[in-house]
Design a protein around this ligand. Structure first.
Ligand SMILES: [Zn+2]
Length: 491
């Protein structure tokens, strides 16, 4: 009987509010000057009082609604007491027994595409403040404290232990990041620490759960998957060897691709939680929640459905656009440019065909041209109007697919109008049949051997001759027309 892994996640996300959680200091994760965005409140001077940031509360409620949670009618902040140098007050304002959101779920998307997704239950989401950060200079016998991050609003989400593999853990975290970004509640950049994933993992054969191990400091989705899969295997080997799993916190060594013991679990921490006396309890009425609900933006799952229906895209293309939000917005701008020129034609079909063409060029050619760089519309030289015009030329057979590749490369580099590019280079699809026939005759004359070969029954020779014609016309001849004329002249 195989071991069954039981995995739960704890995910922290810094909210992208303008100011910090309990003071008016700027919330700027990119601030390089240490201790620049600080004030008496977030540096914990005596006599200061916190004031809760309503924007942050709304962002957590929004997230809770998106994740099908029950939003608390009554909620409050609590003090979590512990000592650490990055925590100036000696306690963290957090939420203990009345979190803002409880009991939701997130359906992890089907992957590979086409399979059924799976619901992962969410225990709770609460709001707290981030700590400062510590820097340990190499070789120094002191540490540096930077309080820029102290008091930044931090959302903590805890799942039920429903996850069973590294892949599922990664898919869950990826979809959650998309939701954060779609809702614009957090930039959720894992490398910058704006989103942090911790894993709780145990394995067992029976109903009784095994000893739980915690893995921290996982700074990318790939690492989440690798660390979970490594840990499942490690625990299996320990148990198979007749040894016991130690309850501990482990870290991830990226070079060796292994988890390693950081510290064994001491006695459970007693944080001596008590209600924060300096902040009033919160009460949410239905209208308040309703208003937040109305302000919510489209979610990844809604986008999947809409893109399938509206544009008739296949699942892989839909998934590509859901994951690349900025590019998907650009895509929709291009497609909306079609409205005019598809009016005369049978609208539905023409529109869908053109929409698919746009998707194909954005997913293959544009991705190739971007060469791994992220798409940023302000830096992208091709305007949606020009992109739509380009697609129109392909759709109406004005340029060949070979020429299209040259045109889009040119547009990408220069931002020029596609019709100008085609005109300047004389790239438009050859429509002059007499001219084409003349060129083909010349090609046959110059290549008498392959021409004879074809007449003698060698089919490959025709391919060669067609290639010669295409290069003589610089790709502007229609391939099927070339074949047709070649066959006629050689018969
Ligand atoms: Zn402050």
């Amino acid at each position: 009987m195989a071991y069954k892994p039981t995995i739960g996640l704890e995910i922290h996300a810094e909210l992208n509010t303008k100011s910090k959680m309990f003071c008016s200091c700027k919330n700027d994760p990119d601030e390089k000057k240490p201790n620049y965005n600080i004030c008496p409140v977030c540096s914990a001077q005596p006599g200061t009082l916190p004031v809760a940031n309503e924007e942050a509360i709304k962002k957590v409620v929004k997230t809770g609604l998106a994740l099908n949670c029950k939003i608390a009618e009554d909620s409050k902040f609590d003090r979590k007491n512990y000592f650490y140098p990055d925590l100036p007050k000696g306690y963290q304002i957090s939420q203990f027994d009345q979190p803002l959101c409880e009991g939701g779920y997130l359906e992890i998307p089907a992957s590979p595409v086409g399979e059924k997704g799976r619901k992962i239950r969410i225990t709770r989401i609460h709001l707290e403040e981030d700590t400062g950060s510590l820097l340990h200079p190499d070789g120094a016998d002191y540490s540096l404290v930077n309080l820029n991050r102290a008091g930044v609003p931090l959302m903590e989400l805890v799942t039920e232990p429903d996850i069973t593999s590294g892949r599922e853990a990664r898919l869950f975290a990826e979809e959650l990041q998309r939701i954060f970004r779609y809702l614009k509640v957090s930039s959720a950049d894992m490398e910058k620490g704006e989103m942090r994933v911790e894993v709780n993992i145990s394995i067992s054969k029976g109903k009784k759960l095994g000893t739980k191990v915690e893995i921290k400091n996982l700074n990318s989705f790939k690492v989440v998957e690798k660390a979970v899969d490594f840990e499942i295997k490690r625990q299996e080997e320990v148990l198979e060897a007749g040894e016991k799993i130690i309850q501990e916190t482990r870290g991830w060594n990226d070079k060796k691709e292994i988890t390693f013991s950081q510290r064994e679990k001491e006695e459970a921490h007693d944080y001596r939680y008590f209600p924060e006396p300096d902040l009033p309890p919160m009460h949410f009425d239905k209208d308040y929640i309703k208003e937040i609900k109305l302000s919510m933006l489209e979610l990844p799952e809604q986008k999947r459905e809409r893109f399938r229906k509206e544009y008739g895209l296949d699942d892989a293309s839909v998934e590509f656009f859901v994951a690349n939000k900025d590019l998907s917005e650009y895509y929709e701008k291009v497609v909306s440019e079609f409205e005019e020129w598809t009016v005369e034609e049978e609208k539905g079909e023409a529109h869908k065909k053109a929409s698919k063409l746009v998707a194909n060029y954005l997913i293959s050619d544009v991705q190739g041209l971007l060469a791994g760089k992220a798409f940023v519309e302000e830096e992208f030289k091709i305007t949606p109007e020009n992109f739509a015009e380009f697609i129109k030329m392909i759709y109406k057979n004005e340029i060949s697919s070979k020429v299209a590749k040259m045109v889009i490369t040119n547009m990408f580099n220069t931002g020029s109008d596609p019709s100008n590019i085609v005109e300047e280079n004389n790239w438009s699809q050859m429509s002059d049949d007499a001219e084409l026939e003349k060129i083909i005759k010349e090609v046959i004359e110059k290549n008498s051997k392959p021409a004879e070969d074809y007449k003698a029954g060698k089919q490959n020779a025709l391919q060669f001759l067609a290639g010669q014609v295409m290069s003589a016309t610089r790709g502007t001849a229609k391939p099927d027309k070339v074949h047709e004329v070649l066959k006629k002249l050689l018969s």
